[in-house]
Design a protein around this ligand. Structure first.
Ligand code: MCN
Length: 796
């Protein structure tokens, strides 16, 4: 590929050919000599005492290498830790044993593990492990779980309360008093239903322990190998420098591969205990039970506004279901990542909010794409529409009226965040133009033609991403740093290897990071390799989540590349016998100012750096540099999404007819990849609005326990998306970028729900909880009709 400015170029993802031609190595593709296979015996009960485990028959089964129970692991494997200790919330962290010892707390809780010569034998033998359970009453609903008489999960957490987190700013009481006097107060209960992440690849682990050296190597499906290594060391007691964690290809994660799971520690234990490599791969049903779930909030919210639509304050309380144990980042998701963005892109000066984190007999809940921010955006964007409806205002205009102004940045929100940059009106205008808003409203005025009601929904969002800085991580209790490392190494032949602490698993950074380096050093992109996901190759990294890889990891790469260029400039000046200041650098050539023919290419300079026959005084041989970048703030992407639906009043069926996403993620490295990220995110967000829900029986059985029962979205459910962009660079990172990996998920859910509610306005329906299935919509329409009929009769 020609050397030219690649920042901003729509280059096809370089990683895709191997991914789509069967040449990639995923964890489950790993084959090691002498490898065995593990199967984890899981509880069929949501809550039960274990009175006895008899593993003799399993142990005797031909081909079984070993069977371990919770008792075998006790004292040898530490409890699975939580890594986000949110302060000032009275956080309770009850122990989470890798395998349950005397009590199981959710369907899927690990009880024993069988290691066998092949996966089928392991599974057959697992069925022979006889576990005697004494069932206990279970609780799955978080609001009921904190009520009197509810079954108790952990003695350390009375009333099942894991934490109570409060946030307050301004004078909310005065704001509501004003609105009660001379304005409007809207109250609504929202259920943000539980979702199940559906990465293409389920979780998988291969562990190999070498007793002679005491070294543990773990290949596995993680989004953050260095955090995994750290926690593996904490849990297994194996020193960190003796552990290598490798994330081979990872087939998507969407947050579900951030946590450190019990299963990973169990597999490592088995490898050490048996002296043989062990592989464990979830099947899809196991994945639904044992991999984290997302969302699951119940919220009572109130919003106060003046009659002219000026938003005055927000007040509310959320009960966040955390499942049976605290997963790695769980406490931070419904608090820091949620509460701190609750007032969205509006100048709302007063806020009082409380989040109660609750243990229930369900699969643990943790970060799922957007993690806390989709829930917050849903609340505020629904509320703004409800206020508009109550006051008879145009949804686009009430938003415009309350936006933080372009001249107000950096803007300190009532939650205490400092939004870096923004210009919300142009994004709204662009979305309105792309969706043809005026014409749609006119069409809506004419009423439904075919029994299908037209609805238009907007969502104007802002989100927190690019997680660092580390000082903030510390202040909010995240037990890690949030900087990123990068090394840019030029080889003697002028080719480059880039090492990043980010750990992409579908986002395309092997392409975009190479674009950054190609631009900084003037190298052809094909001469640049990006290496990630291996603690043996990369000094340190904090991984890929919170749309941080480009903002933090990309910035580190650019800083490292600039250091390489600075050193190369010194060597080039020496080679050309001029002062450094006499050189210009463009398209990979160092040229003498005024004599463009006197030049050295970056490749010539690199060779000299390695030959070291004649280097300037004080310059060391070789050409590589590292950088460790810790941002000074988060970044705050924003935009407007607009959805057009038609709702069939006879069947309740929703057709998503058009979808426009206008996102502002600062400067864009690769528009094609950014579009792809938005598309994927929108699909997930729309699926929450219309289709997906994890459903538990009151006894704690997951009723949507397979893809046959859980409504994973299909391509045919979506129209062609229209994407647009505005570009407001982030002022505080060296490349002006903001993250984009989650914007689609964050913005789209309320856009679609607002559109459906807009369509149902003439029925007097203002809210239906998600997912907006035909049955729910039909029921709402018909109960409203019944209600109207009853009122008519009464009036007569
Ligand atoms: N990008 C760009 N210009 C920008 C911003 C980003 O070209 N201004 C590019 C990036 O360089 C990268 C992609 O867009 O190629 C996404 O980058 P970024 O916003 O930095 O997000 P991360 O790489 O940190 O990815 C995390 C984010 C999250 S949190 C989830 S969850 C998620 C997501 O990305 N999970 C995904 N997208 C996913 N995509 C796939 N295929 N699989 C997942 O599991």
């Amino acid at each position: 590929m020609a050397v030219s400015a690649l920042f901003g170029a729509s280059i096809r993802r370089r990683e895709d050919p191997r991914l789509i031609t069967g040449q990639a190595t995923y964890t489950d593709d790993m084959r090691l000599p002498g490898m065995t296979h593990a199967c984890i015996v899981r509880s069929p009960h949501a809550h039960a005492r274990i009175t006895r485990i008899d593993a003799d028959a399993a142990r005797r089964h031909p081909g079984v290498v070993a069977v371990f129970t919770g008792k075998d692991l006790a004292g040898k494997i530490n409890p699975i830790p939580t890594a986000w200790l949110v302060p000032n919330a009275d956080l309770k962290t009850p122990p989470h044993p890798a395998l349950a010892v005397d009590r199981v707390r959710y369907v899927g809780d690990g009880v024993a593990v069988v290691v066998a010569e092949d996966p089928y034998t392991a599974r057959d033998a697992a069925a022979l492990v006889k576990v005697d359970y004494e069932p206990l009453p279970a609780i799955v609903n978080q609001e009921q779980a904190v009520g009197a008489g509810a079954p108790q999960l952990h003695t350390e957490a009375p009333n099942n309360v894991a934490f109570t987190w409060k946030l307050a700013g301004g004078d909310t009481a005065a704001a509501f008093a004003e609105a009660e006097r001379d304005g409007v107060v809207v109250r609504q209960r929202f259920v943000n239903q539980r979702l199940i992440p559906n990465a293409m690849e389920t979780r998988s682990v291969v562990a190999k322990y070498t007793s002679s050296s005491g070294e543990l190597t773990v290949w596995y499906t993680t989004q953050n190998p260095h955090i995994a290594r750290f926690l593996m060391s904490v849990v297994t007691g194996i020193p960190e420098h003796k552990i290598r964690v490798v994330a081979p290809e990872v087939g998507g994660g969407f947050g579900s591969k951030i946590p450190f799971y019990a299963d990973e520690a169990i597999v490592a234990f088995c490898a050490r205990a048996t002296g043989r490599p062990v592989k464990w791969t979830e099947d899809r049903r196991e994945n639904y039970l044992a991999t984290i779930h997302g969302r699951d909030h119940i919220t009572d919210l109130e919003i106060a506004a003046r009659r002219d639509g000026t938003l005055l304050g927000v007040r509310g309380k959320t009960w966040a279901n955390l499942g049976a144990y605290l997963s790695t980042a769980a406490p931070g998701v419904p608090t820091i990542l949620h509460g701190l963005i609750l007032t969205g892109c509006y100048t709302i000066p007063n806020l009082t909010y409380e989040v109660v984190g609750v243990f229930t007999n369900t699969t643990p809940v943790d970060a799922y794409r957007g993690a806390g921010r989709p829930e917050a955006t849903y609340l505020i964007e629904r509320m703004v529409d409800l206020v508009a409806g109550r006051l008879g205002l145009e949804p686009a205009e009430i938003r415009r009226k309350n936006f933080i102004g372009a001249d107000q940045f950096p803007y300190t929100t009532v939650e205490g965040l400092s939004y870096d940059s923004g210009n919300y009106v142009p994004a709204l205008d662009k979305a309105l133009e792309l969706i043809d808003y005026k014409r749609l409203r006119e069409a809506q005025q004419q009423g439904p033609k075919d029994g299908r009601y037209l609805g238009i929904g907007l969502s104007t969002y802002v989100e927190i991403c690019g997680l660092g800085p580390s000082a903030v991580a510390g202040a909010v209790g995240f037990q890690g740093g949030l900087w990123e490392s990068a090394t840019v190494r030029l080889h003697p032949t002028g080719k480059a290897t880039v090492f990043t602490g980010a750990s992409p698993h579908g986002q395309g950074e092997e392409t975009t990071f190479a674009q950054l380096v190609a631009d900084e050093l003037g190298l052809p992109i094909d001469d640049i390799e990006v290496v990630h996901g291996d603690t043996g190759a990369i000094s340190m990294g904090w991984g890929t989540y919170g749309s941080r890889s480009t903002v933090v990891g990309g910035a580190a790469i650019v800083l490292a590349a600039r250091r390489v260029r600075d050193k190369a400039t010194k060597i080039a000046a020496h080679m050309l016998e001029v002062a450094e200041g006499d050189l210009t650098f463009a398209q990979g050539r160092f040229s003498v100012r005024g004599s463009p023919d006197r030049a050295k290419t970056i490749q010539e300079v690199t060779l000299q750096a390695y030959l070291a026959w004649s280097l300037p005084a004080g310059v060391e041989p070789s050409l590589e540099a590292s950088a460790y970048y810790d941002p000074t703030n988060f970044t705050f992407p924003f935009g407007t999404h607009a959805a057009v639906v038609k709702v069939d009043a006879d069947t309740g069926q929703v057709e998503l007819r058009r979808y426009v996403a206008v996102d502002d993620c600062g400067r864009v490295i690769n528009p094609l990849i950014v579009d792809g990220q938005v598309h994927g995110g929108v699909v997930q967000g729309v699926a929450q609005a219309l289709h997906e829900a994890a459903v538990y029986s009151p006894e704690g059985q997951l009723l949507t326990g397979s893809m046959a029962d859980y409504a994973v979205p299909r391509a045919r459910m979506f129209p062609r998306f229209v994407t647009g962009r505005t570009e407001t660079p982030s002022p505080h990172n060296p490349i002006g970028v903001k993250g984009v990996g989650e914007t689609g998920t964050i913005a789209s859910t309320p856009a679609v729900v607002n559109a459906v509610m807009d369509a149902l306005r003439s029925f007097g329906i203002t809210h239906i909880d998600m997912p907006l299935t035909p049955e729910r919509i039909w029921t709402a329409i018909h109960s409203q009709k019944r209600h109207e009929k009853a009122s008519e009769v009464k009036a007569r």
